[in-house]
Write a protein that binds this ligand. Structure first.
Ligand code: MG
Ligand code: NI
Length: 480
């Protein structure tokens, strides 16, 4: 009859998910599913709202990633209204994007993923968490808490508030940056750059060498990648063109407003999360031996698709990474390494923006008028390429919304990495807590934000519901 293992909740991620592992009679893995069991539904209930409200409404999608939604939404709203904000307005948005990135990447590396590496994948559940990190490395943990707080203070200075901001407005930014504020921010940015440098050397000396063998073998899948680059091919996180790379390393660049020509969305009855895939590949398949159309986003994807990074410290790390792991690097656990390269880039980019004389310009906003149009906005969220796509009527009222969120792109790859790791680790019915946590680590590497990503709602139940008895037998199933 086989047996089903369930890991619920998957911990140290944003949002709620469970992992189902199906064993066959011999106790080997026959199938796995990562079920996403929450629903946000913003695609539906934003319909009927004035488009100028969207940058404020959509920050509420998520308390972790509000800046990514805020900026993508402001860009989509600009596009709907046919306005190009003044350079300083765009730079202030990008500044907030870069500061928010640092807060996110620090959180993930040290507190969400870090416990697995600092304390070990099979450390006791009771200490494999932020409290365990505090005990094992108190000075580092204190510095991390202080730095995240500082990043939040920086966002407050630029935008009035760090979470659920309202500063990016249609046509630009709502307030200019004052020279005194710029000077204060500049000092804080130096401190964050120091933490970014420390994090990279700490990881390269103390963490990565210990796990390199695991990184090279565990949860490795073969996929394409999607990310944003500038015209010259260098990494960009706020604006640029999209680059879709196939597993063999060849790629095609396109404008983000043309995303529907390149991306299709597959659905499965057991998840609220859709499965985007490369339209040009034809059929969607996340079969481990024969995947088709699958691509990944988030840190590793961006480091794979870009040709270079236009800040010196991040560029040096990028060169070392590419030399070591090639292009595209497929190892799932390399997401962590790529994340630290991006942390450095964002620290350097924040300083570059603060040193730009234009950042204190008072010309930050253009006037807008409602009209009937469609507009697409796109940024690289810490968790992957984020697309907001709106349509309005002649009064500027929203008639259609499509969101493709960073984590959504990674749905199929997350499922594939989990399956690959579970098949490698669980043999002859033997498993323990450490093995199940190592399977969870495949999800954590992708740093998913599930609260951001579940907007599927087509007027039906949505997901399949199983009623299961204490022995694990399915008594009844409800679905559409
Ligand atoms: Mg969508
Ligand atoms: Ni989120």
């Amino acid at each position: 009859m086989g047996k089903t293992l369930t890991i619920q909740p998957v911990s140290r991620i944003e949002g709620h998910a469970k992992i189902k592992i199906q064993l066959d009679d011999a106790g080997n893995v026959s199938d796995t599913q990562v079920n996403v069991i929450e629903l946000r539904g913003f695609e539906k209930f934003c319909i009927g709202k004035p488009v100028e409200e969207m940058p404020r409404i959509t920050t509420r999608i998520c308390g972790v990633c509000p800046w990514s939604h805020h900026n993508a939404s402001a860009k989509a709203t600009d596009a709907v209204l046919g306005v190009d904000p003044p350079p300083a307005g765009k730079k202030l948005r990008e500044l907030c994007n870069s500061i928010a990135y640092m807060e996110e990447h620090i959180l993930h590396f040290y507190f969400l993923a870090g416990a697995d590496f600092v304390l070990g994948p099979d450390a006791d559940y009771g200490i494999r968490n932020v409290i365990g990190i505090l005990g094992a490395a108190p000075d580092i943990a204190k510095n991390v808490v202080k730095s995240r707080h500082m990043a939040a203070l920086m966002l407050e200075k630029v935008a009035g508030k760090a979470i659920h901001p309202a500063a990016a407005v249609p046509g630009g930014f709502s307030r200019p940056l004052l020279e005194e504020e710029r000077k204060e921010l500049r000092k804080m940015a130096d401190e964050l750059l120091e933490l970014a440098k420390f994090s990279m050397s700490f990881a390269k000396n103390n963490i990565f060498p210990k796990y390199l063998d695991v990184v090279k073998s565990l949860g490795v899948i073969n996929t394409g990648f999607l990310g944003t680059v500038k015209e010259d091919g260098s990494l960009d996180l706020y604006d640029g063109k999209l680059r879709m790379m196939t597993a063999d390393g060849s790629y095609e660049d396109f404008k983000y407003e043309d995303y529907t020509d390149y991306i299709s969305e597959h659905v499965e009855p057991w998840s609220y999360l859709k499965f985007p895939y490369m339209k040009k590949a034809g059929e969607f398949s996340m079969d481990l031996d024969n995947p088709n159309g699958i691509y990944r986003t988030n840190t590793l994807a961006r480091i794979n698709v870009c040709d270079k990074i236009d800040t010196p410290l991040a560029q040096a790390e990028f060169e070392e990474f590419r030399e070591k792991f090639g292009r595209p690097a497929q190892q799932t656990l390399l997401y962590h390494w790529a994340r630290l390269i991006e942390l450095l880039y964002n620290a350097e980019n924040t300083i570059r923006l603060l040193d730009d004389p234009e950042i204190t310009s008072t010309d930050i906003r253009k006037k807008v008028e409602p009209r009937a149009a469609r507009g697409v906005g796109c940024v690289e969220a810490p968790r992957g390429t984020l697309i907001h796509d709106y349509e309005t009527d002649e009064n500027g009222i929203i008639t259609n919304v499509n969101l493709i969120v960073g984590t959504t792109h990674n749905n199929a790859p997350i499922n594939m990495s989990v399956k690959s790791a579970a098949k490698d680790l669980i043999k002859d019915g033997k498993y323990d807590q450490g093995i199940l946590n190592t399977v969870e680590m495949m999800i954590r590497a992708h740093d998913p934000c599930l609260s951001c990503a579940t907007h599927r709602l087509d007027g039906k139940i949505g997901v399949k519901i199983d009623i299961i008895d204490p022995e694990g037998n399915t008594l009844a199933t409800f679905s559409n």
